[in-house]
Design a protein around this ligand. Sequence first.
Ligand SMILES: [Mn+2]
Length: 436
Amino acid sequence: MVKMTEYAKRRKQLMQKIGSNGVVILAAAPTARRNGDADYAYRQQSDFYYLTGFDEPEAVAVIAPKRKQGEFILFNRVRDRAHEIWDGIRAGQEGACKTYGADQAFPFADLEKELPGILEGRATIHYALGVDKKFDKVIVRAMSKMRGKIRSGLQAPLGIVDIADTLHEMRLIKSSSEIALMRKAAEISAQAHIRAMQFCKPGMNEYQLEAEIQHEFQRNGARTPAYTSIVGSGANACILHYISNNQPIKNGDLVLVDAGAEYQYYAADITRTFPANGRFSAEQKAIYELVLKSQIAGIKAVRPGVAWPTVQTVIVKILTQGLIDLGILKGRLNELIAKEAYFPFYMHKSGHWLGLDVHDAGRYKVDGKWRKLQPGMVLTVEPGIYISADIPGVHKRWHNIGVRIEDDVLVTAKGSDVLSCDVPKTVTDIEALMTK
Ligand SMILES: [Mn+2]
């Protein structure tokens, strides 16, 4: 659990970053209607949650440093018995202050009335423009309303600054309580992958394996996956974002499972690839061990001070050399790397930041330069090789072998810590687990 005091600390830190003439405005995620009057389960917007811990819809958080009436202002739903009977208890304005530490709370309906007054005298609004189009208009209306009153001495904000410059830089470095939650999310996800390997049998459908994964997530308190699980067998393993998960798993197929739980808002993102029948064929094993070798080397490259793309460079070199050794690519290593000959087989990056979002906030380049890794960052390392049958010039014994291996890696002072290390990934360990 992240304590309320930590949210307050984050707001303090953010206020120091933006200075006393800035103001932060965050809108809660809208509720998503599934159909008729049935909603999807509500999930708060990650920036909003990171600063408030508040998980109700129809809310706006404003953080205004040095504001006399209070620096943390929450606009949220009023308590209303009729709605609460149907949808559950609301914090209301009293709860916003008592439970969530707001200095001031207003009914959500008062937002447009109160906002210009709060923005007065602030030079810059720190805001994620373009994410919530409807709310963008609220901000623009408040700003133009204030501009109309400039002649009467009112000071209107001059501009909008992307929240990525401030808040997202904070989100990139995880606190110890965040790391604990991410470790838990990874542990639950690891158990789900182990269960998938144990339950997998040729003749099952992909969705049945997905159900085993979901079962393990949910019984451990992770109600939803952090993203739609990918369970792709045979040729489907070569489709990067395959989520249909509705084909029968055939004997001799490889199964690629990319699935991670969301636990108390934090994501895990793990991929494993295993043989449907528990035994790798010679070709599957060759590709698998190549991907694994590159993944282990990629993880080894993760440590403070290393530029983020170094991980990719390490992976690309090993994969390209391996494809030469297997006779799939022909030519000299450096030339093949230079012309990206590996690209038809490995067409994505080495990974991404991980946190409240599966593709988490934080820039990859700062001032035009690739970012260097720092302790507290969490990133995925996920090389793959995908040999679809339509790549020209590849012998058909390699066809439809799709392998990706992905782990969640925390950068530590000394190097790294693999949060998702509980899932087996060597050929021997996977075969042992599956044929037990
Ligand atoms: Mn990933």
